[in-house]
Design a protein around this ligand. Structure first.
Ligand SMILES: [Zn+2]
Length: 485
């Protein structure tokens, strides 16, 4: 809902989301861990890259990944290590892809002219850098031994080096659509090529399991990955849509509001999930690590968020809360601060009622500024009988992006009767997630899920929560503050 504040000459919008159900006697279910390929290890959340991301590769452990930009800049996350880049070299042609060595202690970058740049324990086995190619190189794959690799051109021409064996190509076929990627089989005895219409060409011991070549796609296919056994594969489209053929579908970004298009997909040898990379450097990990939603996004799909370059002021009304209300709320805010990198400033306790219909500006109580974020314990009627309620108040103008200016996080007073600090913490973590800009997550293992089948209370943000909070936090960059008038 949006309303016009009497004291601020801007439209003020609120997002209010409800923690729907909470059963005090819920048994603590075992929380199934997210498979390693589905975990989020970080990404470039602030945009503004000098050169776009063009590829992604996962470490053998699946506990990390690299992103590579078209200038060969390398961004390493999780257990992925930096072994060098071409970021400082004037390249003849842009980098278009990368591959990890089997050990994860090195990687190759490939340029569109087939130039190969080897780092760490990656060895150079040859390139097409000195050959006049008919069509540009668009991707590469390494052999299981790491003693060779294939390069693929947009016409499906294959160039095999080291112990990589040529098993066939589409170089002599007149393709409907260009080849955009490749994946090798686990044995190294074959490979698939994928075209932008999702047409699949299988060679050697690679088996054709289906394609989207006959479908009318919303967005072109931009990459592919094989599952662990090589019995199937995933194709990813520029909108983050996933097409799984004889491979487990773990989720997709299709239909969600993305700030930039997806450029690639990668998985580990385990193949239990996959990560996609956006052109802007955002990483979407499935399952788990992409399980978040935002309260509101602008027309460019940027989430409503607080300015991370100023402390977020907050106050606590302990009325109706547990005896340790202030300490518990402060400790919960500390967890949010660690998860987001945002700094919070405790402005003390208040007698402002824990009611979502609060004024955005309250000069008598807080002075001439936006009211601070309010944490409190609400009587059941003001929050619709829910276990808690949280939300943001945000403002946007034509010249400034939408930004949160205040918010609230309330737990229900009747929770206090349950007497559990963990329960209070879990509810406040959830409601503070709303106050900082997260909506409900679909995955029931996330703090931000509306029901929480994981055995609430979850007392720590988990994978998808953290990925969403990352995009709302310090790494997302400063917002020019909307000045209070
Ligand atoms: Zn909620």
């Amino acid at each position: 809902m949006c309303r016009t504040s009497r004291t601020v000459s801007l439209a003020v919008c609120t997002t209010v989301a409800v923690l729907l159900t909470l059963v005090a006697a819920r048994p603590a279910a075992a929380v199934a861990p997210t498979p390693p390929d589905g975990t989020y290890k970080g990404s470039i959340v602030g945009g503004g890259l000098a050169r776009p991301v063009v590829g992604v590769a996962v470490t053998p452990s699946a506990e990390g990944y690299w992103e590579v930009a078209s200038d060969g800049g390398i961004f390493a996350f999780g257990d992925a290590r930096f072994f060098g880049s071409t970021g400082a070299i004037a390249l003849n042609k842009p980098i278009v892809g990368m591959a990890s060595t089997p050990s994860g202690n090195g990687y190759w970058l490939v340029a569109s002219d087939g130039g190969i740049f080897a780092f760490g324990d990656a060895r150079f086995f040859g390139s097409t850098g000195a050959i006049a190619l008919n069509k540009p190189i668009v991707g590469m794959a390494s052999t299981p031994s790491g003693n060779g690799y294939w390069l693929v051109a947009s016409d499906g021409g294959i160039f095999a080096f080291g112990d990589a064996t040529f098993r066939g190509s589409t170089g002599a076929i007149n393709l409907n659509r260009p080849i955009v990627g490749m994946a090798s089989t686990p044995s190294g005895g074959g490979y698939w090529l994928v075209a932008s219409d999702g047409g699949i060409f299988a060679f050697g011991d690679a088996t054709f399991r289906g394609s989207t070549g006959a479908l009318s796609l919303n967005q072109p296919i931009v990459g592919m990955a094989s599952n662990a056994t090589g019995s199937g594969y995933w194709l990813v489209a520029a909108d983050g849509g996933i097409f799984a053929f004889n491979a487990t579908f773990y989720g997709a970004m299709g239909g969600r509001c993305l700030p930039d298009r997806v450029v690639g997909i990668a998985t580990s040898k385990q193949g239990e999930g996959y990560r996609m990379a956006g052109r802007d450097g955002l990483v979407y990990a499935f399952p788990g690590g992409a399980s978040y939603n935002f309260e509101s996004q602008d027309e460019r799909c940027r989430p409503v968020r607080w300015n991370p370059c100023a402390p977020v002021p907050y106050v606590i009304n302990p009325a109706g809360g547990p005896a340790n209300a202030v300490a518990l709320a402060n400790a919960t805010v500390d967890r949010l601060a660690r998860a987001t990198g945002l700094s919070f400033r405790f402005d003390g306790t208040t007698d402002e009622p824990a009611d979502p219909r609060r004024e955005v500006v309250q000069p008598a109580r807080y002075g001439a500024r936006f009211a601070p974020l309010l944490i409190g314990w609400a009587v059941s009627g003001t929050i619709g009988g829910a276990a808690g309620l949280g939300g943001t108040y945000y403002i946007g103008t034509a010249s400034a992006p939408v930004q949160a200016v205040t918010g609230f996080a309330f737990a229900a007073r009747n929770l206090t009767a349950f007497g559990s600090d963990d329960l209070q913490t879990g509810v406040l973590l959830h409601e503070l997630g709303h106050a900082i800009g997260l909506d409900h997550a679909d995955d029931t293992l996330q703090v931000m899920n509306s029901v929480g089948d994981a055995g609430l209370p979850l007392t720590a943000y988990v994978d998808g929560d953290l990925a969403g909070l990352d995009r709302l936090g310090r790494g997302a960059g400063c917002i020019t503050p909307i000045q209070f008038r």
